[in-house]
Design a protein around this ligand. Structure first.
Ligand SMILES: Nc1ncnc2c1ncn2[C@@H]1O[C@H](COP(=O)(O)OP(=O)(O)OP(=O)(O)O)[C@@H](O)[C@H]1O
Length: 418
């Protein structure tokens, strides 16, 4: 049997936490069987590694491995995606199509966010788990498949069962073995290890010297809540790697990249009555938004300084590129008037001499009022649209770029009707 250490090397899994090791050990143990496995853990803890390990150590390793994010597929098409459809089954079904369960015959299917499956799809899945039988959409001919199912969830499925959103019998079929991955905040010793690994990767990728955290920064890193777990840590490492020219990182610098969490002494950014899990994923986006604003603010500071130094009447005379960067494309014959141009969602500097006060307001803002929240939302929509365009509509690539899960992106697309 392969050792946990070997597996960690093979799958580039960083960390020595006993709970992580136990999870990998369990994956190794169950791999040769066909037992269905339910992987649990918060978003971003690395659940996707487990089905990969299981597949690669199983007798199915030469068969197909298909990962499906159940939360990212619209309800109307999920049955057809999973089980296939017959020609003419619905408008647009111009030919017969194989579903993932047919394609993966002899292999493994990873059903991520399984709690998001509609109830009708859950019935079909239960049937596959019981005897391998399924029907294509629009067909009455029973087909058979031989697929190992590994599922994952970051929500408590018992709550979903209580609310009637998840079938209890399916839960028990899926979770013959339960593999739980710990949140990053409970893996204090691993946090710095992971950060160093990501910082080294990004130093290589962006051809920059590696970052070095001082002692206080390491402590801050280890005490932070990391509600987005490893995904969030990786994002932070990437942002610092790209943006900080001084590669020695102090706690004060690091703090600028950590969105405030409950119970922290950082300013609270936004008030929300949503549930914590919604908040944490939205926070990923808000974090990026605030980051853009910080960079706008730096540009503004530069501009203001230049203005103060030269006493010039027209900002355009000083640095047209900077002006364009801050205000977007210049309108014909327009002059920059500081009193009227809204600049960022947080601050509108009214006079050059007030810039320090504006900066203080920004840094110590206790809350962002409703109007500003709306502007943040607008910025969020813009970012999502841009990323989708840039990635030619590929949601996975866009979600990766935005540092959010595909499911969250899918929800945002629905929420904002994009
Ligand atoms: N132990 C680890 N070492 C290094 N990188 C890791 C580790 N675990 C996870 N990652 C990285 O963290 C990111 C998030 O992992 P993954 O997508 O598996 O999380 P998840 O738990 O499936 O999240 P979600 O529930 O949102 O789908 C990925 O980029 C993954 O490569």
């Amino acid at each position: 049997m392969e050792s946990v250490q070997n597996i960690k090397q093979r799958f580039e899994i960083i960390g020595n936490d006993p709970k992580l090791n136990r999870a990998i050990e369990k994956a190794i143990q169950v791999a040769p069987t066909d037992i269905s496995v339910l992987v649990t853990g918060e978003s971003g803890v690395g659940k996707e590694n487990i089905p990969r390990i299981i597949h690669s150590l199983s007798h199915r390793k030469h068969g197909k491995y298909i990962a499906v994010n159940c939360g990212a597929i619209p309800e109307g098409t999920i049955d057809s995606e999973l089980f296939g459809h017959e020609k003419g089954a619905f408008t647009g079904a111009t030919s017969t199509r194989e579903g993932y369960f047919e394609v993966a015959n002899g292999g493994t299917i990873f059903l991520d966010e399984v709690g998001e499956l509609p109830l009708t799809t859950q019935v079909r899945l239960l049937r596959i788990l019981e005897n391998g039988e399924f029907l294509k959409v629009g067909s009455s001919q029973v087909q058979k498949t031989d697929v190992r199912i590994v599922a994952a969830t970051n929500v408590n499925l018992f709550n979903a069962i209580e609310k009637g959103k998840f079938r209890e019998d399916l839960y028990y079929r899926l979770s013959t073995v339960d593999i739980a991955l710990p949140p990053l905040r409970d893996r204090e010793e691993d946090i710095h290890l992971l950060f160093r690994k990501f910082a080294a990767d990004f130093a290589h990728k962006y051809k920059m010297p590696p970052l070095k955290l001082d002692e206080n920064a390491v402590q801050l890193l280890q005490k932070y809540r990391w509600s987005g777990n490893i995904r969030q840590l990786r994002n932070v490492a990437e942002q610092i790697s790209v943006l900080e020219t001084n590669r020695d990182i102090s706690a004060a610098t690091l703090q600028l990249y950590l969105p405030p969490t409950e119970g922290s002494n950082l300013p609270s950014v936004i008030k929300s009555n949503k549930s914590e899990s919604d908040f944490s994923t939205e926070r990923d986006i808000l974090y990026k938004v605030l980051f853009d604003m910080k960079s706008d603010l730096n540009d503004l500071k530069k501009l203001t300084l230049e203005l103060m130094k030269s006493g010039a009447a027209k900002a355009q005379d000083i640095n047209p590129n900077l002006i364009q960067k801050i205000y977007g494309s210049k309108e014909e014959d327009s002059e920059i008037e500081f009193e009227e141009q809204p600049v960022t969602a947080v601050m509108t500097p009214s006079h050059n001499e007030n810039y320090r006060e504006a900066e203080d307001n920004y840094l110590f803002a206790e809350t962002i009022e409703e109007e500003e929240v709306l502007r943040l939302e607008q910025k969020e929509i813009e970012m999502i649209k841009k990323s989708l365009e840039k990635n030619k509509g590929k949601r996975k690539a866009a979600a990766d770029e935005l540092g959010i899960s595909e499911r969250t992106l899918y929800r945002k697309i629905k929420q904002f009707d994009l």
